[in-house]
Write a protein that binds this ligand. Structure first.
Ligand code: SF4
Length: 83
């Protein structure tokens, strides 16, 4: 059996599930693009984040809760903005 995770499963940006209703990445089939290797481009994720109505909140959440990956169109490592 194959289990397919979407980004929604991986990035719990809020306790309020309704926030995810408007997330541009909701249902995206390439969640790995939000977790690039250090030398890897994250243009795919950044393009989607650029049209996301909750991008500011997403980045704030990543910083405040020590997240790693692409949040709000920027990449964080343990909550620190790296690029
Ligand atoms: S800013 Fe990016 S990672 Fe955050 S919810 Fe929106 S699309 Fe998803």
């Amino acid at each position: 059996m194959t289990v397919t995770l979407t980004l929604t499963d991986l990035l719990p940006i809020s306790e309020d599930a309704t926030d995810w209703d408007v997330a541009a990445c909701r249902g995206d089939q390439h969640p790995d693009r939000w977790f690039p290797d250090p030398s890897e481009s994250f243009d795919y994720a950044a393009r989607i984040c650029a049209r996301c109505p909750i991008a500011d909140a997403c980045g704030t959440y990543a910083s405040a809760t020590g997240q790693t990956g692409v949040w709000g169109g920027r990449e964080y490592r343990r909550g620190k903005l790296i690029r």
